[in-house]
Design a protein around this ligand. Structure first.
Ligand SMILES: [Cu+2]
Length: 66
């Protein structure tokens, strides 16, 4: 499955890395591509992963999902 998240609060490549690692840390996530330019993340994941779990991971890393 693929989910696109809109993320607020990223300002540099360090943030991108932080968010990418947070998303990859969610069990069932196989890939995460984060764009600073578009303030978004494309996440590939198993059907067991809920959008709420992805949102929680991003928020735990200190960023906002909108
Ligand atoms: Cu940053």
């Amino acid at each position: 499955m693929k989910t696109t998240l809109k993320i607020e609060g990223m300002s540099c490549e360090h943030c991108v890395h932080h968010v990418t690692e947070a998303l990859k840390g969610v069990a069932g996530v196989s890939a995460a591509t984060v764009s600073l330019k578009e303030n978004s993340a494309q996440v590939e994941h198993a059907g067991t992963v809920t959008p709420d779990a992805l949102k929680a991971a991003v928020e735990e890393a200190g960023y906002e999902v909108v």
